[in-house]
Ligand binder design. Structure first.
Ligand code: SF4
Length: 333
């Protein structure tokens, strides 16, 4: 597989009335073409802000550190996203090389413009197709995502479609320009389970067909286990564990990842109690010193975890964990 994306030392702060707050802290990961990476964590962990940084889509008060590097490797050459400034420069990336789909499709579609007109407009901006070709491809894409009577739906407005259909229409629009990287932000959370499974299957098929890379943002490790090749677990703006799905889900090492997995319902043992992680993720304004998880960690080491920021420990095959616990305790060996 070919390298598609390199994110290095991504650090993002926001200037607010309460001062400058850190939303993403020194995050690094990479992605190959045809690979799916799950970005996992609770609300407030920094997943969406991280993903939006890949398109510089964050609000105007966002401040990226000088060390931040986000490199997109395309056949036509490399693009350093952080060095793009004008909207013309950004247009190559936004909706072109990178597409994003959101949890709530109503946020992506303009309410007063038909689905079809929005799809055609995007294609005419990002490809050299004419209007007729754009319309034809848009209808084809709506059919591809399983929307029946696509030619009629093409002329409808977002509010006229059911939730599942809107989600699929958004995926069709996001994929019609054949992006190299698709960022899917909680794309199935608002859907019922049957539609959720269909959307996941569809995305897997499309990865194979188009060889694109996908970053799949979710709070649900179960969905990641079904869809992703590798996973990064985030907490309060930091990656605390990353590796292949097999390693992170079968052999979780970080206390937070273990907590997320213990909180999942078990279909093989419906009587087993759900064990939620105690407490809430702190506000970025009250970021704990040392390990960001220390305020909720049941195995924190006194005098160390609240003082020192843990460095990554390599466990092999790209599996790494940021925790002060001794190796034997992390790996359970
Ligand atoms: Fe818990 Fe300490 Fe590990 Fe953080 S570094 S997860 S507080 S043991």
């Amino acid at each position: 597989m070919n390298k598609l994306l390199d994110v290095e030392n991504l650090t993002l702060q926001f200037d607010t009335d309460e001062g400058r707050i850190t939303a993403v802290d020194n995050v690094s990961f990479d992605l190959e073409a045809g690979e799916v990476m799950g970005l996992v964590g609770e609300s407030g962990s920094g997943k969406s802000v991280t993903a939006k940084s890949l398109m510089k889509l964050n609000a105007r008060n966002a401040v990226y550190s000088d060390e931040t590097g986000v490199k997109l490797h395309l056949e036509s050459g490399e693009i350093e996203i952080m060095s793009l400034n004008t909207s013309a420069e950004m247009q190559v990336v936004r909706g072109g090389a990178i597409s994003m789909i959101f949890q709530e499709p109503m946020a992506s579609f303009a309410p007063a413009i038909s689905i079809g007109d929005q799809m055609v407009e995007q294609l005419m901006i990002h490809t050299d197709m004419n209007k007729k070709q754009s319309k034809q491809l848009s209808i084809e894409m709506l059919e591809r995502v399983g929307i029946s009577d696509a030619a009629t739906r093409f002329n409808q407005y977002a509010f006229e479609l059911s939730g599942g259909m809107r989600q699929r229409a958004m995926i069709a629009m996001a994929l019609s320009t054949k992006p190299k990287l698709l960022i899917a932000d909680e794309p199935t959370t608002a859907l019922d389970v049957t539609i959720q499974a269909q959307v996941i299957d569809l995305m897997k098929d499309l990865v194979e067909e188009f060889g694109m890379g996908i970053i799949f943002i979710t709070h649900d490790l179960g969905v990641v286990a079904q869809t992703a090749d590798k996973v990064a677990v985030m907490y309060l703006g930091r990656i605390v564990e990353q590796g292949t799905v097999r390693d992170v889900i079968r052999r979780p090492a970080h206390p937070y990842t273990k907590g997320l997995l213990a909180a999942l319902p078990r279909l093989d043992d419906l009587d087993s109690p759900l064990v939620p992680i105690p407490g809430d993720i702190p506000s970025p304004l009250e970021r704990p010193p040392g390990c960001v998880f220390s305020t909720r960690c049941g195995v924190a080491i006194e005098g160390r975890c609240t003082v020192d920021v843990p460095k990554f420990v390599e466990l092999g095959d790209g599996h790494r964990v940021a925790c002060h616990l001794p190796l034997a305790e992390l790996t359970g060996s």
